[in-house]
Design a binder for this molecule. Structure first.
Ligand code: ZN
Length: 309
């Protein structure tokens, strides 16, 4: 199958307002889509990314006010890594400290410096100051200067008790290749490789067992270009023996879902049609996006959703 790298990563949050504030103002991402959870239209589905919401930049949230916290650990996408320029470490360290964001001491990973931080729900995020070339244009932001800004995803780190079966799915079925290993971590890349394509499998015995709830990842989605390449991916996942969902139209992309053997829900999403399908690029994130079947209920849905600002 032909995968390009990460497409989006979806997480669980509690308070939607704090979520918007953190990702747009603290991290400087663009709010690219305000939509609803298609399975629970009384709650939001919020998307943050670069200017257009390019695949490989999109972090999305299902916020449920008052939801109890989970715990990142094994059987989950344990950490979500963003790519920042190598020279941006001092800027972000100071910024996060000034804004009172919880962080861990600066660490080293495969030659790069890593700032670990937590969002208002305790979601584990990493700013990976990579020496690798990352030419992606960051989201324009009033809060974060362009030279220090987040370029998009760097990697998703999967927490596992044993990595063998997950590694087999990545390499034998999904076209990933092993590129590096250090301690309990092994890195895999796909397609052109580089930041935005990486999946790290982490088997640190100190990892707790993951518990679902606010501040944890719901699923990790991989990018495939077109409907045709998604059809091919669907056939190959089915042939590998994994249970895979039918193709589901998510309005901004089409999706298939399957659970990898380590317990993490994976998705393969098309790059098309993208987020400009129901509002202009210039005003992304302003109008509530609804799938056609929910459009007749727009007024009731908008009235029931909490205000974001
Ligand atoms: Zn998804």
């Amino acid at each position: 199958m032909k995968l390009n790298g990460l497409h989006h990563i979806t997480a669980i949050a509690s308070d939607p307002r704090k979520n918007v504030e953190f990702y747009t103002r603290v991290l400087g991402l663009r709010f690219v889509k305000k939509s609803v959870n298609q399975d629970d239209p009384g709650t939001y589905h919020l998307y943050y990314g670069d200017y257009t919401g390019s695949p490989g930049t999109i972090l999305t949230f299902f916020p449920w006010s008052g939801l109890r916290r989970g715990r990142p650990g094994t059987g989950q996408a344990y950490a979500t890594g963003y790519s920042i320029p190598a020279a941006a470490v001092a800027y972000w360290t100071k910024r996060l400290s000034n804004l009172g964001v919880t962080t861990e001491p600066l660490s080293d990973r495969l030659g790069d410096k890593v700032i670990t931080l937590f969002d208002p729900d305790g979601l584990r995020l990493e700013l990976i100051a990579t020496a690798e070339v990352d030419a992606r244009e960051p989201a324009p932001s009033d809060d974060v200067p362009r030279e220090h800004a987040i370029r998009g995803f760097h990697s998703s780190t999967i927490g596992l008790i044993s990595a063998d079966e997950t590694a087999r799915v990545l390499t034998a079925t999904m076209g990933y290749r092993e590129t590096a290993t250090e301690g309990h971590r092994t890195r895999y890349a796909v397609g052109a490789g580089g930041p935005g394509t990486y999946v790290d499998l982490l088997t640190d015995p100190n990892l707790p067992r993951g518990l679902n709830g606010a501040g944890t990842i719901h699923h990790v989605a991989f990018s495939t270009g077109t409907d045709a390449s998604q059809d091919e991916a669907h056939r190959e996942i089915e042939a590998s023996g994994l249970h895979v969902s039918p193709i589901i139209d998510r309005a901004y992309f089409k999706s298939i879902y399957y659970r990898e053997p380590g317990g993490v829900l994976f998705e393969i999403a098309t790059d098309e049609p993208g987020f400009a399908i129901d509002e202009p690029v210039e005003t992304l994130g302003q109008r509530l996006g609804l799938p056609p079947r929910l459009e007749p209920y727009r007024e009731q849905i908008e009235a029931a959703l909490p205000k974001l600002n």
